[in-house]
Ligand binder design. Structure first.
Ligand code: FMN
Length: 398
């Protein structure tokens, strides 16, 4: 597929253009978080505190971003995080993500709260798609959704465990964001002043959750329902029934990670949900090295929360992740410029990763380890000034 030139040269560009183009209630749904939204900013700013150590005079002309994960080989070390209701930012956003995932060979996660059905996503993305499960109305209803994913051909299941209860998101409450929309005068004005988005969305059909069903098989989704059924015993049931790859998403504690590993998960997805659930959660990147230490060097770790550019991807890989997932940046790019915006942003990530690897003197992803991180501690300890905020990964990943 050919792509038109886009004005997206960075996540920041994509965010600003999306903020103009999308109705406020849609932009805020993506951009917003819980509480005073300190946690989400901290996720991003923590990356600025991490510095990389350039190395010179290595021949890096031949390089590869190929990354192995759970028995598969991907062309890039990053994929797309599960996000519900993506089609709100652009008509057929999930399908656009699916096509990009196929063309560039990276994984894309379909959320249970997606506005695209499990079956349609399997057709669009084939084996590039992973399915993310939110615990539904009951264990039976949740396992029925998993069975649907199996029949559709999904081989990787992500169980999200950090939403026992949906946290209050103030922007959504102020804007009257609901799924499906209730058209209050305020919402009407918001949509009417963004005619391009409103017409496009109207023509494509208003997005609605496509995967949760009630006992009569009708599509229904209670966004505020408790998901606390995703507990340790449910994980054991799931491990027993699901033969494919099982990934547990939303871990921030080394103790929890250790337990998940011992219960037979194939990978852990370190994430604080972009601080959409807890404002005071530590930045996920600070927790990654601790979790790497807890699970040992060989256990697959995925990472998201705060990734905004290629340098961030490299930092997460160097600090112990095997694979990195993009959340809000992908939706900003789609909201800014549809498939062209997404393509442009993904190319920025790919190009930046390549350039940063060259700066670090490495030519393959597997060469990235703790030595890529500039260790402030080492330098300051020599002068007797230890910096508590510095980052180290004591164990190299595989
Ligand atoms: C609009 C939106 C919807 C999301 N929906 C889901 C979801 O359905 N399931 C899930 O596991 N995580 C969901 N997430 C969390 C993302 O998977 C990811 O953890 C988060 O976006 C990472 O933070 P970042 O985007 O700031 O990097 C959602 C995030 C956003 C922004």
């Amino acid at each position: 597929m050919t792509h038109r030139a886009s004005r997206v040269y960075s996540t920041e560009d994509a965010r600003l253009i999306a903020r103009r183009r999308l109705p406020k209630l849609i932009f805020d749904f993506v951009d917003g978080a819980t509480g005073r939204e300190v946690g989400t900013k901290r996720n991003v700013s923590q990356f600025d505190n991490i510095m990389l150590q350039p190395r010179v005079m290595t021949d890096v002309a031949q390089y590869s971003l190929k990354t192995e994960l759970m028995g598969k080989s991907y062309k890039l070390p990053f994929g797309i995080a599960p996000m519900g209701m993506c089609n709100l930012v652009h008509p057929k956003a999930d399908t656009i993500l699916a096509h990009a995932a196929k063309a560039m060979n990276f994984p894309v996660c379909l959320s249970s709260a997606a506005s695209t059905s499990i079956e349609e996503m399997a057709r669009a993305a084939g084996s590039q798609a992973w399915f993310q499960l939110y615990f539904g109305a009951s264990a039976e209803a949740s396992l029925a959704m998993v069975e649907r994913a199996r029949v559709a051909g999904f081989d990787t299941l992500i169980l999200t465990v950090d939403v026992p209860q949906v946290s209050r998101r103030v922007r959504d409450l102020r804007n009257g964001f609901k799924v499906p929309f209730s058209i209050t005068p305020k919402v009407f004005w918001d949509l009417a002043t963004h005619p391009r988005w409103s017409l496009g969305t109207l023509l494509a059909g208003a997005p609605r959750p496509m995967n949760f069903t009630d006992s009569k098989g009708n599509n229904t989704f209670d966004r505020d329902a408790s998901r606390s059924g995703a507990d340790w015993s449910f994980m054991e049931v799931l491990r027993d029934k699901w033969q494919g790859n099982l990934v547990i998403k939303g871990l921030t504690s080394a103790e929890d990670a250790h337990r998940v590993q011992s219960l037979g998960a194939d990978a852990i997805y370190v994430s604080n949900h972009g601080a959409r659930q807890l404002d005071s959660v530590p930045p996920a990147i600070r927790l990654l090295p601790l979790i790497r230490d807890a699970v040992g060097p060989d256990f697959p770790l995925l990472f998201d929360s705060g990734i905004r550019n290629g340098e961030d991807v490299i930092k997460a890989l160097a600090l112990g992740a095997n694979f990195v997932m993009l959340g809000r940046p992908a939706l900003f790019a789609l909201g800014a410029d549809g498939a062209d915006g997404l393509h442009a942003l993904l190319k920025c990530f790919e190009t930046d990763i390549t350039a940063v690897m060259a700066q670090l003197g490495v030519s393959s992803i597997s060469q990235l380890g703790a030595d890529a991180i500039f260790d402030d501690n080492e330098h300051k300890s020599k002068s007797g000034n230890k910096n508590k905020d510095s980052f180290t990964a004591s164990q190299k990943k595989p």
